[in-house]
Design a binder for this molecule. Sequence first.
Ligand code: ADP
Ligand code: MG
Length: 293
Amino acid sequence: SVTPATLSAISNGARNGILFKGGVHLENIGRIKVIAFDKTGTLTKGKPEVTDVYVRDGITKDYLLSHVAEIERYSNHPLAGAVVSYATEQLQETALCRVEGMEDIAGFGVRGTFSGVEWKVGKAEFVGKEEAEAFHGEIMKRLSDEGKTVIFARDGEGIAGLIALKDVVREEALEAIRTLQEEGIKTVMLTGDHERTAAAIARESGIDRYTAHCLPESKAEAIRKLQEEFGMVAMVGDGINDAPALATATVGISMGEGSDVALETADVVLMKNHLPLIAQTVKLSTRMNRIVK
Ligand code: ADP
Ligand code: MG
């Protein structure tokens, strides 16, 4: 049954841009021990920009960018958009050859064929881990330690180049995470990105722990493991690839500018992409739970 305290907390939330899809979620959020966050678009602004490009000896940056952008044009991943706009700014002419058989592999990258030669663009594991790591290995480590996402391109001859992209951590993240920790909540980041990049972003945002190299399904699996270890777990996300984890979590929280699937799957919707709203939600709930008891 809905008590007056619940109703009052729900309307208080609504006034602050926090929408609860039912009183039970409002009760649960105050009992949460762990909150898991998606990285891209949740802790970061989700608007990556290309910062560095390295090519194999014998090919030009234009050659690399024109091919990569031509394939990425067909993907709607935030990294793809960033690569395409960068290439458009940098290139004098667009690609001379057209790509065929383009494929977007969620959590890995994209592939396409240019006059019979297959190109792959994406994470190291996707283009060939050992070769990718051997290609400017030290530079790649430094870029990742700076919190940049490093993607590789592979053509018929091997690794053609690497592209680094930086997505900035939201200004309010550090403070928002600290407030949650002061409430006794453990914070975790789940990302499909590389270990080193994940570590750097976790450090920048003050997150307690992280799991890197997550595929969309493994984000949900990570939530189940956290539930076994800690009990009630909330998940905050914005993307299509966060939907399984949002559904698995005790309370799924979606960022307001998130994808439709994330908004539909979530139990709580933050009207603005404003991380401090999460701690506000927790406080609203603990206060209400005290009154109800
Ligand atoms: P996250 O969980 O950080 O939002 P994703 O699961 O969407 O990331 O992707 C994981 C990784 O796969 C990216 O960090 C990138 O290396 C690679 N990747 C995915 N899609 C693309 C793409 N369109 N172009 C290049 N790389 C991609
Ligand atoms: Mg995201």
